[in-house]
Structures are given as structure tokens and as C-alpha cells.
Design a binder for this molecule. Sequence first.
Ligand SMILES: C[S@@+](CC[C@H](N)C(=O)[O-])C[C@H]1O[C@@H](n2cnc3c(N)ncnc32)[C@H](O)[C@@H]1O
Length: 365
Amino acid sequence: MIKYLGSKRTLLPGLAAIFLALPEVRSVLDVFSGTARVGHMAKGLGLRVIANDHNAYSATLARCYVESDAEAVAVEAARLIAELNGLPGRAGYFTATFCERSRYFQPKNGARVDAIRDQIAAWALPPPLESVLLVSLMEAADRVDSTTGVQMAFLKQWAPRAHKELSLRLPAVLPRAVAGPGLALQLDAAAAVAHPAVTGGGLDVAYLDPPYNQHKYLGNYHIWETLVRWDAPEVYGVACKRVDCRSRASAYNGRSAAAPALRALIEAMPARHLVVSFSDEGFITAEELASMLATRGEVLTLEVDFKRYVGAKIGIHNPRGEKVGTVSHLRNRERIFVVTEDAGRLRRALAASPAVAPWLADRAV
Ligand SMILES: C[S@@+](CC[C@H](N)C(=O)[O-])C[C@H]1O[C@@H](n2cnc3c(N)ncnc32)[C@H](O)[C@@H]1O
């Protein structure tokens, strides 16, 4: 999967244990799905998953990992991926923008991205199969990029991986879950909770992992948005961001808008249980969130020691790329709040889970 700020890769075993410990769970809505890895995990547990994110690249990841079923797409996707891996490069917009005007990828790989993306567009495939090829290309490009994991800037010196040859692999698409087919939505969170697939289907769990500061995901991953949309947008600045990075907004990136948006989302969420990821570095305090959630049921609080993103690890640098200081800390406190009918019973069930037991602080519940 792609490198992604705030990705819950390391929390997956714990989140899986929580989903399984909650009573009578067959369906999960992931409202801010990002890489779709939480939905992918839940689908692997046999749950019916709806994954939503307002960005097109995330919706494409969800269409591949949540909505597409291996039995329907894997054989044909593998055949097409082999064909795409044999295509010679043909430089176009992607190479000009992200390899010459900026230096996110080596031109030899940029030209292959151009040729492969044009071919995927020319095939005009059904959306599930197309999403698998697009994710295969996104992940291949991610393996040869020259960034620290965000597309706000590229490295002064090429990352060693950037010299490698772009090579597509079949993404880990899962078979259809026993509880029912998955669905990918591309909506603002406020619209997703009102979607008929969410309101009409007896939703068991909603997982909420909203952004927690002013940095827009679209700005951090603008290249994936352009790769998926293939709309050759006008770009600006050294980072060559799409012009719509300036106009497309999320309430969760606003200091004063984030809390009311989350409160309204929690109130409107038609799910029996809520699981909410929370960072102590964001606009909303733990106390505020706990009081929003208390209106919905009993709240169990889990404390997770979570590494800060890779950019923090490399320190603070001046514009010449020289290290001038150190960041204050490399760990922050990530918490998971679970709202359910009986938090005490859930706590006892989770105490037996090796993945979650270390998160059960004495003062939790
Ligand atoms: C912390 S990330 C989620 C990471 C994800 N759980 C994972 O493991 O990959 C937050 C996501 O929320 C999305 N997002 C931000 N504002 C949104 C909004 N108003 N509606 C829907 N999605 C939004 C972003 O595009 C981003 O992918």
C-alpha cells in the first residue's frame, strides 16, 4: 500500500480485535478511509464494508480494496498488469510536471507512468477492474518516488529507490466478504452519513479517523489525485500542486470548524457502535471528543503509543537542506475511543486480546 500520513497500518490487529469483540457486528463504515487499509482488514474478517473518502485517489483505493472482489477481477487484472509492464515509456504531462518541472520521479519512470495511464484510460474498463489497475500503478509509482512520504516537496538528492525501474504488481484484492458486498463512496463525510447505503442497511460499526490539523490530504497527495483523475490540471509552486488544492476544503482542516463538524457527524451517524481514532496534537481535545461521544453510549478509551510521521524523524532543516534543530518528540499519544452499549463488557473482552491489552490504561472507561 502507499505511504500515507496517519495511516493506521500498525493499528490494524488492534482495530480488528475491537471490531470482533463488539457484539453482533456484520457491517462497518469507514468514513475517512485514506488508504482503505482499515476497510480491507474488515473485509478480510468477512464484514460488509462501506469505505468513504472525499478524495478521488482514496475512493479508487477503496474501490480496489473494498468494493472489488478477487473472484471477479483478479485473473483479468493480472493479465492486463503483465501487458502494462511491457509497455515502453512515452513522456507526456506526468513526466513534464513531476519529473522535469519538479523532481518527484526519474524521467524514465515518469514516461512509463504516462504510457501506462494513457493505456488504462484507452481501455475504458468497468470501474472495479480499472480501480485495480490504477492502484497497481499508484503503488508502483510510490515505490520509486523521491519524497519523505508527502508530496509537499521532493528530496534535493534522489532517494535510492527512485533509481529502480517502475514495476506493477497485482494489489491484494480480497474475495467477497461473507456478510455482503463492499462499497466505495467519494463524498464529504457529512453527505456519506446520509447516503442510502449507510442509512438503509442496519449499520453496526462506524470507524472515524478524521484529519486532525490544517494540512489537507489533497495537498499532501496531489500527484495521486492527478494520476487517478488524469485531468492534466494547471499546477502552482515548486511542489506543482493542482490548482484545486486551493479551493477544495474539508471542515476538519479548520481550527474552529473541526469540532462542530465532528459533533454533527457523531450525532447523525446511524451506527450501533462507534470507533474513533484521536491524536492529542489536533484541534479537538480528548475531553471535547469524550463529551461528544458520551451522548451516544458508554465510552471505552484506549491509549496507543504511536510513532510520529517520518518527516518528524528526519528533523528540522533550513531552506538549504541543512539540519538546524531537532523535533521535540517522536511519539505522540493516539487514542481510540469506542462507544458501545456496555463498555465494561467490551473492556473485559479486550483484556484477553494481545493486540489491545497494552492499550487498556488503568484509568480507561
Ligand atoms: C487520517 S486520514 C485516514 C487514514 C486511514 N484511516 C488509513 O489508515 O489510511 C484522514 C482521511 O480523511 C479524508 N478526509 C478529510 N476531510 C474529509 C471530509 N470532509 N470528508 C471525507 N473525507 C475526508 C482525507 O482525504 C484522508 O484520507
